[in-house]
Design a protein around this ligand. Structure first.
Ligand SMILES: [Zn+2]
Length: 476
C-alpha cells in the first residue's frame, strides 16, 4: 500500500473516531449521544463538512472505482470537501455498482480495502436481496460493524428500546444487513435477545407465549402472519407481552391501514428503520418518540452526523427544491470499506429540516418511504406504487389479509389491464365488494381496474416478504 493510501486511511479513521461519542452506553434516557443526536443544523453541517474533506482523498487513494470516476469527471478529491460541493458529483446508481461488480468479480473495484487488509482483519459478507436484479455483494470490515452497532444502538434508543426489553428476532439470518445490524446494536445496548431463525409459526407463537418478549423483529408481513397463527391457536396477540413491532424489509409505517391493522392486532407500536446494503446497515432512518403524535404525521429521522441525505428529481437526477418530493440519495460518512458518495438509494420521500418535537434536528423523511422507484408500476401511462393498492384494499373492513395484483395484456385489443384479487366471504362476480374495492382503488390511483373477489383463504399466505404483483404484460 502506498504512503498516501495509508495516510488518507489513517486520517479518515481518526476523523470517524473523533465523532464516536458515547461509544458503549447511552449518556441519558432521551439521547444516546446528546452532542450528536441533539446537534443543531449548523453543527450537523460542520460535522458533515469535516468528514467529507477527509473521505474524498481516502476514496481517491484507496478505491480504483472512485479514482477512475474522479479522473473521468475531471475532479480532484479536494473539489468535494463540503456539502455544497456534492452536487458536482453525479449520483451513482445501482447499474453503475452492478457493472463494477460484474467487471471485477466477485467484489468489484469500488471497495477501499486491499486484499492485504481484508486478509489481516475480520470481515463479513452481505448482499442485496436481488429483487430488482442480480444480488450485489458487499464485505464489511470489523471497524464498520463496530460503527453499525453504535449507530443502531443510538437509533433503537430513540425508538424506545430499553435495557429491560427482550427482543425476539424472527429473521432468517442470511446475508441481509438489517438483522445482523440490529443484533449487533442490541448486544451493545445490553438487551435480551432470542434468535428465532429456523422455526415455524407455531413454534414462534409458543416462544412468544412462554418467554414473553416485549419486542418482535420481523417483516410486517410476518408480524401479520404470526398474529393470525396465534389467533388460530386460540391466543390473543394483543394480550401478549409484545409492546413494540420493529419491522423491516417492506414499508409499513407509511401505509396507514397496514400500520393500524398490525398495531391493533398486537396492541403494540410499530417502528421502523430505513437504510440500504450499499451504505451499510446502520439505521440511516429511524422512528423517534414523536412520530405519528401530531400534525406532522408519520416520519423517520435520518442520522445526519453519519450520513448526508438528499432527494433528487427522478427524471434529471438533479437536487429537488426544499420541500419537494424526490428520490433518496445517500452519502455515507461512517464506513471504512463501503463509503458512498451520492448513492441513489431510490425511494420517494420529502425531506424536512424543521426541528422535531423529540429534540432532534436531524432531517426527517416525511411520510417515511412508501415506494422505491424500481417498484413503480406504469399502467397505460398512469404511474402508481403497489403500496397505494395496499392502502386502498387494507382500508376496507372484512377483507382477508392477502391480495394479489395481476397485470396483463388483454387478448382482444392488446390493452394493458390490471386485476386485483381480494378475499371476502361474499365472493363471486356478483359480490358487492367488486364495486367497493374498485371505487377505493380508483380514489387512490385514479384508474379503474378489474376486481375479483374470492373465498377467504384462497390466496397463498405470505410469511416473510409479500409478492403481490404478477406482471404478464407482453411488452415488459
Ligand atoms: Zn424526532
Amino acid at each position: 500500500m502506498s504512503d498516501r493510501a495509508e495516510n488518507t486511511r489513517t486520517e479518515w479513521l481518526t476523523t470517524l473516531a473523533k465523532f464516536k461519542d458515547d461509544p458503549d452506553q447511552a449518556a441519558n434516557s432521551a439521547m444516546w449521544s446528546p452532542r450528536l443526536d441533539g446537534a443543531s443544523r449548523d453543527e450537523l453541517t460542520a460535522i458533515q463538512n469535516e468528514k467529507l474533506a477527509v473521505v474524498t482523498p481516502f476514496l481517491y487513494e484507496n478505491s480504483l472505482f472512485y479514482r477512475q470516476r474522479f479522473d473521468r469527471l475531471g475532479l480532484a478529491p479536494t473539489d468535494i470537501s463540503s456539502v455544497e460541493d456534492l452536487v458536482k458529483w453525479p449520483v451513482v446508481d445501482k447499474s453503475e455498482m452492478t457493472l463494477d461488480g460484474e467487471s471485477h468479480p466477485p467484489f468489484g473495484h469500488y471497495t477501499t480495502m486491499s486484499d492485504e487488509i481484508w486478509r489481516s482483519r475480520g470481515w463479513m459478507l452481505f448482499s442485496t436481496s436481488g429483487t430488482t436484479g442480480t444480488p450485489r455483494i458487499f464485505r464489511y470490515s470489523q471497524i464498520d460493524r463496530d460503527y453499525w452497532a453504535w449507530a443502531n444502538a443510538r437509533a433503537m434508543h430513540a425508538m424506545d428500546f430499553v435495557a429491560s426489553d427482550t427482543v425476539f428476532m424472527m429473521t432468517g439470518y442470511g446475508t441481509h444487513v438489517w438483522a445482523w445490524g440490529v443484533q449487533m446494536g442490541l448486544a451493545k445496548m445490553g438487551i435480551g435477545l432470542i434468535p428465532g431463525g429456523g422455526m415455524d409459526g407455531a413454534m414462534r407463537a409458543g416462544i412468544v407465549a412462554r418467554f414473553q418478549p416485549t419486542v418482535l423483529c420481523c417483516t410486517p408481513s410476518y408480524a401479520l402472519y404470526l398474529g393470525r397463527v396465534m389467533q388460530d391457536m386460540g391466543l390473543d396477540p394483543a394480550a401478549t407481552s409484545v409492546r413494540l413491532l420493529f419491522c423491516g424489509g417492506e414499508p409499513a409505517m407509511a401505509i396507514g391501514p397496514t400500520r393500524k391493522k398490525l398495531e391493533d392486532l398486537w396492541g403494540a407500536r410499530l417502528v421502523e428503520f430505513y437504510g440500504c446494503t450499499e451504505a451499510a446497515p446502520q439505521a440511516g432512518g429511524y422512528a423517534c418518540a414523536a412520530t405519528g403524535q401530531d400534525k406532522d404525521g408519520y416520519f423517520l429521522h435520518l442520522m445526519e452526523d453519519i450520513q448526508i441525505w438528499e432527494t433528487v428529481d427522478p427524471e434529471n437526477l438533479q437536487p429537488t427544491a426544499p420541500g419537494q418530493r424526490g428520490l433518496s440519495v445517500c452519502t455515507n460518512l461512517v464506513s471504512e470499506s463501503s463509503p458512498q458518495l451520492r448513492f441513489l438509494v431510490g425511494d420517494f420521500t420529502t425531506l424536512n429540516q424543521d426541528a422535531c418535537a423529540c429534540g432532534r434536528n436531524h432531517v426527517r423523511a416525511m411520510g417515511c418511504f412508501a415506494g422505491r422507484a424500481d417498484d413503480l408500476i406504469n399502467l397505460r401511462g398512469v404511474k402508481f406504487f403497489p403500496t397505494q393498492i395496499e392502502k386502498a384494499v387494507r382500508a376496507i373492513p372484512g377483507l382477508g389479509d392477502e391480495f394479489q395484483m395481476i397485470l396483463s395484456s388483454r387478448k382482444a385489443d392488446g390493452m394493458d389491464v390490471m386485476k386485483v384479487v381480494v378475499e371476502h366471504p361474499e365472493h363471486g362476480p356478483g359480490s358487492k365488494l367488486v364495486e367497493q374495492v374498485g371505487d377505493a382503488i380508483r380514489a387512490e390511483i385514479e384508474l379503474r381496474v378489474d376486481i375479483e373477489v374470492v373465498a377467504p383463504d384462497s390466496l397463498p399466505k405470505t410469511e416473510f416478504k409479500a409478492k403481490r404483483v404478477t406482471d404478464q404484460r407482453a411488452k415488459h
